[in-house]
Design a protein around this ligand. Sequence first.
Ligand SMILES: Cc1cc2nc3c(=O)[nH]c(=O)nc-3n(C[C@H](O)[C@H](O)[C@H](O)COP(=O)(O)OP(=O)(O)OC[C@H]3O[C@@H](n4cnc5c(N)ncnc54)[C@H](O)[C@@H]3O)c2cc1C
Length: 626
Amino acid sequence: MPVCFWASLTRRTIFTPRAVSVFSTSLQSQAPITRKFSTMAPRSTKRKASAAPAAKANGSKKAKTTDYDDELREPHHAADIAEKHGIVLRDYYPPEMSNTRARAYAEEALHRPMENLVIAQRETSEAMKKAAKGEAVAHWFKTDLRCADNTSLALAAQKAKELNVPLLCFYLVSPQDFKAHLRSPVRVDFILRTLKILKDDLAKLDIPLYIETVEERAKIPARVLELLDSWGCNHLCANLEYEVDELRRETKLLRLLAGKNKSFEAVHDTCVVPPGQLRSGTGNQYAVYTPWYRSWMAHIHSNLDLLELHDVPPKNPASVRKAFMKIFDCEIPAAPKGKELSAEEKKRFHSLWPCGEHEAKARLDKFCEERVGEYSEQRNIPSHNGTSSLSIHLASGTISARTCVRTARDRNKTKKLDGGLDGIKVWISEVAWRDFYRHVLVRWPHVCMNKPYKPDYADIEWSYDTDHFKAWCEGKTGFPIVDAAMRQLNHTGYMHNRCRMIVASFLSKDLLIDWRMGEKYFMEHLADGDFSSNNGGWGFSASVGVDPQPYFRIFNPLRQSERFDPQGEYIREWVPELKDFDNKEIHDPYNRGAGDKAKKNGYPKAIVEHSECRTRALAAYKAAVA
Ligand SMILES: Cc1cc2nc3c(=O)[nH]c(=O)nc-3n(C[C@H](O)[C@H](O)[C@H](O)COP(=O)(O)OP(=O)(O)OC[C@H]3O[C@@H](n4cnc5c(N)ncnc54)[C@H](O)[C@@H]3O)c2cc1C
């Protein structure tokens, strides 16, 4: 039975029971971790694209080690296509990996990035204990841009108090990470605006927030060390981010700091239940949401401290202002090249997406006060304001998922997450999806390396029809619900959840276009773009993720439109060409006697025929995975 070895971590009570460091002494009592292929070359090694490895009848385990090792190093046979269409960004990453390599991650033949971090923590723990008091403790802000209920910030504040030294904070702007992670300009702008609020809030506590741009992301660990040295700081705390690049960076940083006898506490924060804590009866991570969710709730019910919220840090001594004057004085940089907004976009997005943690909390309270009661009935209607619109805040960390669940639960009639008011119950179950996809990411990290959850799905013969893709991006497919949704995304940086599913299904099933192009387009345009939620949503809709169900989950855009936008209100809002059409015509103008009017208004004919596409999609999925 594969052992998910970080899952057995006991929650280390360094601070509060929830302040879980990924390292736990319980690891040391485990059997040594053996890996079949521990002599792998680092993945960053540049490899020449070559032919597909010969298929192995019975998966990887029967292969001779050397053959298998070769297969692990080979790129996928269609790696050049992924590169050509901008799916794999070769400025930052190696070619798309082979299915064998993805399978090796799935079958635990390769260490996952989280495991490597845990190993690094174990190996450096003694050196870290030698960290001297120093002149300050630092917290590194990343996707946790808030003072309230911030695990690492609270831990750093406590440490500073214990050592009787001040707390310093910093944020590093990394233009290369913005590019490599496809951060949308609207999201970058939101981050930079939020930093200003955060800086002002911290300054009121005499805590400086130092902000600096680091042009080359590979230099971040070294720069962190330099900064800590320049402040005389020997203790660093940060919340974990679970994406592959971030876990690898933190592993490197950990070893670097340990080598200088500095301590680095990387703690769980972004999920309500840390990844690795929930396991099915077979000892594995759940890959299906419903049983996972039952286990998630049960885990919280028996660990209620998971819903305890951390306080804002206390004030630093006022003398810090003089001692660290230069840090207090730093400027918030402008958006890096390629991520700027025009003046018109700034105006639009600033009014659509007010930023900062106070806004996030006010939004949550208002939603719980006014709308959560009707959430279960309203949440699927894109023309209604039935959801919380908190995703941009959760993605940037201006509010914690814990605060969301705790606030909603406290308004319920019961402390049980599966009881009481329907709206609250369902809303909490939606927030849980965010945790679920993060758990999936940590356990199956190849999903963060351009591979589908089940490697065989990488062999589906996708289309790369650029006209079709352009029509989808621009909202000109001739399918009104799809076009309305894409135009909402392009104009606001947001799309309703129901519509995200409709357009993702349309791209991957009706157009049979490589889902990763849609996943990328979403990340480049969403204000709430978040790797694991986006990847999970695309995995669900394109049937390439956990629990894929390709033969049942093919949305009919017309049925979806009639069911969830029966009066055509959403379509009218975003597709002005169809504004005056009646409730029947609006869903399918050319087939409902309104073709001439649609043509005159400049609305295009449908670019494909759904039933034909359905048949084609089923055949393509079957051919790859049957
Ligand atoms: C193809 C596709 C792509 C998506 N991409 C993203 C993305 O990049 N970032 C993102 O935050 N969400 C994404 N989602 C999930 C979901 O659409 C949004 O979280 C939701 O629409 C945000 O609106 P809200 O804040 O009003 O949500 P609410 O309905 O009020 O839900 C509250 C919070 O729960 C979380 N949540 C709700 N539904 C989901 C879900 N299905 N998966 C994960 N988390 C969920 C979000 O953090 C959300 O803010 C995607 C879904 C699909 C189908």
